[in-house]
Design a protein around this ligand. Structure first.
Ligand code: ATP
Length: 543
């Protein structure tokens, strides 16, 4: 992971936000290449799910043909939205504070291990990731008991590391950044929504929230979309945009951050066929990641167990990736696909639903009135053919643009060996992105800076620029220029040499196989176009 993070900074993919002021925790900026990569992820999703969606065909595994459209909603919304959605009351993580170090931790993320020595048993917590936690725990315990390294065998450890949530007595806990016992507070609820204010006066009524997900903008516009377009159920609304969560412990590079981008679909369907649609979206979304390059064992689909499901959901699956910062066998969520029933539309219609009741009922306050009132609008749907009226069920594939981008980066990072200009084998670093995701599609090089080659190369660069993002480079040995392009994942390099001046042909070199062929410029364009659409993209990408 360290190699990937360092490459990202060195070559302009990702920088720490506000770095010259020491860096802002949980915030990352995308550099000149990162912004192209992330745009390609986002645009591939939008093309495949929305603009290139064929409303008339029945896709593999789908019960029938369906329509898709898009939305772009505001980040600031009426606070009532978050009261009815449940985020105001329930979007919490538990945090604990350390009275000694003044640090704050997420309760379920602190790990540690019980150890006994000199007749005392304590729970030693650590900051380190899984690979290094054993070493850190040993060093802390040795220091606490006043032992030297050679006395390690005097420490009697419990078999495994466990989560702090399993420890009820904090008085025996050695906090991650303290040398004393019992400095951690009891866990407290912490709402993850960022608060801000609208208008010049700061009071209770001016408080609004930065959206923690894009989905609610879709639900509250459901009626608008139905009334202003000709879409009919089943259909989906897609949205891509920024979301904000005040994560207590942002970590793992861009995996868990406070400001991120989501790509979400709310798919509205008849309750009778909702299970079939759930299975369709779950499989389709997995397939999307596979087609764009996450095809190996590091990607998996995990169905939630029944005790993991929200009370309103009859099925949820996570698409997960084995990120390199996780321990062997561990996976991190890329996207969740959830069957949400009619929970969201009903909440926005009637008011916040009682999370404990089943069947769903509006939650009442102490005065017997609905706790958080809904919009009062009728968000049910009448089928124009059968005349049946129902509140649609919703399937929600909800993915993160930043997490997907990070997974594509991690998967693409490869080290191999290749001969340099003198024929000696040297280590080569490459990002083997799918050509559709690659920030630069083609690099154009004149072989040498003379004999009219730079002028000819610049003309070819301009011609290719009309189709793709192209990079021009005339500095240094050609082998070094290839390597620089391999390292940022450029799938093709085109070299202009003496023969180009004579017959117009160029050498095109493939990033992965390093094979070279001579082609005309017209053939280069079709080769690159074909590669962008390649690898089982049929039926997914724009023709
Ligand atoms: P996690 O359990 O990892 O916190 P979540 O289940 O809360 O994620 P969802 O609410 O389902 O996540 O959000 C949908 C998607 O948004 C996630 O699959 C992920 O890709 C992305 N996402 C959520 N929180 C973050 C975050 N803090 N940083 C980056 N991406 C995020």
């Amino acid at each position: 992971m360290e190699k990937i993070v360092s490459l990202c900074k060195r070559r302009g993919f990702v920088y720490q936000s506000s770095e010259i002021y020491g860096g802002m925790n949980g915030c990352w900026d995308y550099g000149p290449l990162g912004v192209e990569l992330k745009r390609n992820v986002r645009e591939s999703w939008w093309q495949d799910m929305v603009t290139c969606h064929d409303d008339m065909s029945v896709l593999d595994g789908a019960p029938e043909a369906f329509e898709m459209c898009g939305l772009d909603c505001t980040i600031l919304m009426d606070p009532q939205v978050w009261k009815c959605s449940g985020h105001f009351d329930l979007f919490h993580d538990k945090m604990i504070d350390c009275r000694d170090s003044k640090r704050r931790y997420r309760h379920d993320q602190v790990r540690g291990r019980w150890v006994e020595a000199k007749g005392e048993r304590i729970f030693v917590t650590v900051n380190a990731d899984l690979e290094a936690e054993e070493t850190e725990a040993r060093q802390k315990a040795l220091k606490y008991f006043g032992y030297r390294s050679k006395d390690s065998d005097k420490l009697n450890w419990d078999v495994e590391f466990i989560c702090l949530t399993e420890v009820s007595d904090h008085s025996r806990v050695l906090a991650p950044d303290s040398k004393e016992l019992g400095t951690l507070t009891e866990p407290r609820e912490f709402n993850l929504m960022f608060k801000t204010q609208v208008g010049a006066l700061y009071d209770e009524d001016s408080v609004v929230f930065l959206r923690p997900e894009t989905a609610q903008g879709i639900f509250v516009n459901f009626k608008n979309v139905i009334d202003s377009t000709r879409v009919r159920i089943p259909f989906g609304i897609a949205q891509v945009g920024k979301s904000f969560r005040n994560e207590i412990t942002p970590r793992h590079f861009t995996f868990r951050v406070r400001e991120f981008e989501q790509m979400e679909i709310e798919f509205f369907c008849n309750p009778a066929s909702s299970q079939e649609w759930y299975r369709f979206w779950r499989d389709r979304r997995l397939d999307w990641y596979q087609r764009l390059g996450l095809s190996g064992e590091r990607l998996r689909l995990r169905e939630h167990d029944s005790d993991e499901l929200s009370h309103y959901s009859t099925g949820t699956a996570d698409i997960e990736y084995a990120f390199p910062f996780l321990a062997e066998g561990e996976f991190g969520e890329l996207e969740g696909v959830a069957h949400r029933g009619d929970f969201d539309l009903r909440s926005h219609m009637d008011g916040k639903l009682d999370p404990k009741s089943d069947p769903l009922e509006v939650e009442l306050g102490e005065d017997g009135k609905p706790l958080w009132r809904g919009s009062g609008r009728d968000l049910s749907y009448r089928d124009p053919i059968s005349n049946e009226r129902f509140v649609p069920h919703v399937i929600e594939p909800s993915g993160g643009v930043d997490r997907a981008t990070l997974a594509f980066l991690c998967e693409a990072y490869t080290e191999d060996e290749a001969p340099d200009d003198k024929g000696n084998l040297r280590q080569r670093v490459l990002l083997s992105f799918h050509p559709r995701l690659a920030p630069i599609k083609v690099a154009v090089f004149p072989l040498v800076k003379k004999d009219g080659m730079p002028d000819r190369a610049k003309a070819i660069y301009r011609e290719l620029k009309q189709y793709f993002n192209v990079f021009y480079d005339e500095k240094g040995a050609v082998g070094r220029r290839y390597r620089r392009m391999d390292e940022v994942g450029t799938p093709f390099c085109v070299t202009i040499d003496g023969d180009t001046i004579k017959d117009g042909s160029v050498t095109i070199r493939d990033r992965d196989s390093m094979e070279q062929r001579r082609l005309s410029v017209g053939e280069v364009i079709t080769t690159v176009q074909k590669a962008i659409r390649s690898q089982g993209q049929e039926g997914l990408s724009c023709p």
